[in-house]
Design a protein around this ligand. Structure first.
Ligand code: F58
Length: 830
């Protein structure tokens, strides 16, 4: 409402409603019952847990929407420079608990519910996960949205509202099977369909030259049109009224879609064709490693980019006339190369629709884009076949060619005719299949290129983007990743949260993570040690119960809970873990009674999904099950060793597993993990790390000290030399022995596992399992030794958590805001 012109009416309307919804127990109970009766449409005298969850979620959502509206109105009034965070993946998990905690109304709701005879935690468990992403990159986006809201930054997230999220992993006889995750089956209460916020998105067609006011201009006549509908997901900050927007686009048929077939009377075909439009946002690509150059994937990328760019232009043009002001109001963050078509799209809009000169448009591009890459390997960089791009987006291909032409001309002036280098740096890759290198496009057009850890950034500067770094050193920065303590301590580990607040004497660390360091003062305090161990025990009980329900296996709480959970990948070396477990099993089997008494009992827990087409990763899962079958049924071993595979690892499973872990493993071959964020969550939860010096781990060790981590393995700079040694590299006998056990069929399926063994023996051991094996076993032995010394272990655990503050996404986001996006907080008044 415009309060100036329609003040009277506004006041009358305000009088009809409470300004804010109330949060006292009676109001909350009334609200919940109201939603049971009128929203869920069940009788308020008879409803089950799921219906209670729905009513509860609606009551929470109402309160969320109030703040969201206030924030949007405040941003509109203040008109600050905004960051637009473009990401094809957001792994949000469950929302309810996170929202009530950030809104500061969890306890009130819990009280209200208990008076109605319900338990908050039980209802929260009713919610399904929103799995609109593959792994680390996607969960990072979710953590960063939480930090953006909490730190009051004017930000908007943009992504795709897939109908099918990441596949569900089902294990049958030890093999992974994938099932579709139709997560919208029971409705999604957290997003708001905005049927009036839609944009047409065009594909295919031709580009013609036309004259407008005597000037030649390009006109794109599309061959297909699809409608993008906005679904808004309010993201509340903690300790602030600010609630920002995550806008996800869904594809709907457009009225102009394929008009031709309606006119030619092909009515049924035309309707079927219209339905095909929806397939653009139907499925998340379940690949966490390679790019397949599929048309649908490219369509998804452009669909979400085009809708987002139209939305950004619409917002800008609401209040601004001159495009020269665009960079003062807009920062566009490319989360990996997946949204990098935005560069060509913004250029196209400025040139063809706003009729700016190339020079002015290019000047704007160079000021607004920043790019973060999450990959280390050249094979991980996205390439799009020129034919595919030219067919789907003919005008964009022209623009990319023009950008490239100008760039190469400039480059020649700077470096001369060094054709090798020019070829490497060109956006266009020549070859049997001509490709567009999306990473080169992103680096050339962004003012800043970020890596996600210090080591990653070094690798970018010296290897992946060396040519570009030599040219533009000032463009290259890094922001070591972080995770949000709201989700990864407050929501997932309430007992630890209460304990930390008690010992620090404040809850302020939930917003100001640097305060965690205060725990160091009590690292040897006996009383804290007692309470700290108690918290771990509570979480281990919860995890042990889950394991029993999932697998029927009873595990001992006295054992060390040793966890490795992440996507299954050769470079992450789950296989090294399994080989280590076989070695441990073999050793115990060969021990006499006395020696067995000294063995530290372990429950080894592995979890993670393999990409559906990734054969070797799937074999690793099967091997894990085969080994578990053998060990867990060996009565002679008893509680000394157990192995559990946790199926369908996702955000909510992680929330339960991480707090219950004593030790967690991060085994990537050094130089292969860009950052790694799982380790940060474990560290915050007082879990010790056994890890290689890779990605962010290096910085974590600096924060908490070498003595508090079990480090092992070759360093990144040694890896290249080790690989060169190849066949002359000696592998330890212990390694050959465990591989032989697999080959000889100790765990069955020897034919099936043969290719797995072949991959790690001789010259083919690319990820250096053999080379790192002894060092790995030594680190494991050191962990055993530390575990039996309870006092030492607890001290290490406290020091780890105390030193984890730097790995909060609040720090990462603040660095982005200050050094990359140049945005200021814009706090909504309470
Ligand atoms: C991950 N990348 C990195 N990619 O592997 C990890 O080291 C880092 O901590 C994390 O990003 C956050 O920076 C990652 O998760 C993907 O999932 C892509 C999804 C789309 C296809 C290509 C991989």
């Amino acid at each position: 409402l415009d309060f100036g012109e329609r003040k009277g009416q506004a006041e009358r309307m305000l009088g009809l409603m409470d300004v804010f919804l109330k949060n006292d127990p009676i109001s909350l109970q009334k609200d919940i019952l109201h939603h049971v009766e009128y929203t869920v449409a069940r009788s308020r005298f008879s409803f089950d847990d799921f219906e209670a969850y729905q009513a509860l979620a609606h009551s929470v959502r109402d309160r969320l929407i109030e703040r969201w509206h206030d924030t949007l109105i405040h941003f509109k009034k203040e008109d600050p420079k905004r960051v637009y965070f473009l990401s094809l993946e957001f792994l949000m998990g469950r929302s309810l608990s996170n929202i009530v905690i950030n809104l500061g109304i969890r306890d009130q709701f819990a009280d209200a519910l208990s008076q109605l005879g319900f338990d908050f935690e039980v209802l929260a468990e009713q919610e399904g996960d929103a799995c609109l992403g593959n792994g680390g990159l996607a969960r990072l986006s979710a953590c960063q949205m939480d930090s953006l809201a909490t730190l009051d930054y004017p930000a908007v997230g943009y992504g795709l509202r897939y109908q099918y999220g990441l596949f569900r992993q089902v294990i049958v006889d030890g093999f992974q099977h994938e099932q579709p995750d139709y997560w919208l089956n029971f409705g999604n209460l957290w997003d708001i369909e905005r049927i009036h916020i839609t944009y047409p998105v065009k594909f295919y067609g031709t580009v013609t030259d036309e004259f407008l006011n005597g000037e030649k201009c390009k006109v794109w006549v599309p061959g297909e049109m699809v409608e993008a509908v906005a679904y808004d997901n309010p993201i509340p900050g903690y300790g602030t009224r600010n609630t920002i927007n995550l806008r996800l686009w869904a594809a709907k048929p457009s009225d102009q879609h394929d008009m031709e077939s309606f006119n030619t009377g092909d009515y049924v075909d035309a309707v079927v064709n219209r339905q095909r439009a929806e397939s653009i946002s139907s499925i998340l690509y379940p690949d966490d490693r390679s790019y397949q150059g599929k048309e649908l994937r490219l369509k998804q990328q452009y669909f979400f980019v085009s809708a987002s760019v139209q939305d950004i232009f619409r917002r800008f043009k609401d209040t601004h006339k001159k495009f020269d002001e665009f960079p003062e109001k807009v920062a566009l963050q490319l989360n990996d190369t997946h949204p990098s078509l935005a560069i060509a799209e913004v250029m196209r809009v400025l040139l063809d629709e706003e009729h700016l000169s190339w020079h002015r448009a290019w000047d704007i591009i160079c000021k607004i884009f920043s790019f973060t890459t999450h990959t280390v390997s050249p094979e991980g960089l996205e390439k799009i076949p020129v034919d595919l791009l030219g067919n789907l987006l003919p005008r964009h291909l022209q623009i990319i060619y023009d950008i490239n032409f100008n760039f190469v001309e400039e480059l020649k002036k700077m470096i001369g005719l060094d054709y090798d280098r020019l070829t490497r740096m060109s956006i266009v890759e020549e070859g049997a299949v001509k490709n567009i290198r999306m990473a080169n496009l992103s680096v050339i057009c962004s003012h800043t290129v970020n890596g996600v850890s210090r080591l990653h950034s070094e690798l970018l500067r010296t290897k992946l983007f060396k040519d570009f770094y030599d040219l533009w050193p000032h463009k290259f920065q890094y922001k070591t990743n972080g995770v949000t303590q709201r989700r990864w301590i407050v929501v997932s580990n309430p007992s630890l949260c209460a304990l930390i607040s008690k010992w620090l004497g404040t809850e302020a660390w939930i917003r100001d993570i640097d305060l965690l360091i205060g725990l160091r003062d009590y690292a040897t305090n006996a009383e804290l040690h007692q309470e700290w161990k108690m918290v771990k025990k509570v979480n281990k009980i919860r995890l042990a119960e889950y394991i029993e329900v999932m697998s029927g296996l009873k595990v001992s709480l006295d054992a060390m809970f040793d966890v490795q959970t992440k996507r299954i990948h050769e470079y992450k070396r789950q296989l090294l873990n399994i080989l280590g477990i076989i070695h441990r099993y073999d050793c115990i089997k060969n021990m006499d009674k006395n020696d067995r008494k000294k063995v530290v009992p372990r429950v080894c827990i592995i979890g993670g999904k393999a990409a559906p087409g990734y054969e070797i990763a799937k074999k690793v899962i099967k091997l894990c099950h085969a080994v578990a079958e053998k060990i867990n049924n060996d009565n002679d071993i008893g509680d000394l060793l157990k192995l559990v595979f946790i199926p369908d690892y996702n955000v909510s499973v992680a929330e339960m597993v991480i707090p219950g872990a004593d030790l967690s493993q991060h085994l990537s071959t050094a130089g292969h993990e860009a950052s790694g964020t799982g380790s940060m969550k474990f560290l915050m939860n007082g879990c010790l790390l056994l890890a290689t010096a890779d990605g962010s781990t290096i910085e974590m060790v600096e924060e908490i000290g070498q003595d508090n981590v079990f480090l092992f393995g070759a360093k990144a700079h040694e890896v290249v030399a080790l690989r060169k040694k190849g066949p002359t590299l000696k592998v330890p006998l212990q390694f050959s022995r465990v591989v032989r056990m697999i080959r000889d069929g100790h765990f069955g399926f020897e034919d099936y596992f043969k290719s797995l063994c072949d991959k790690i023996e001789g010259t083919s051991d690319y990820f250096l399992l053999g080379a790192d094996f002894m060092s790995y076993l030594e680190a494991q032995a050191a962990a055993d030794k530390a575990f039996v010394d309870e006092e030492r272990w607890t001290k290490m655990s406290i020091l780890g958590a105390a030193g984890s503050g730097r790995f909060s996404s609040d720090r990462t986001i603040q660095e982005y805001a200050e050094n990359t996006w140049d945005i200021q907080p814009c706090r909504c008044p309470f």
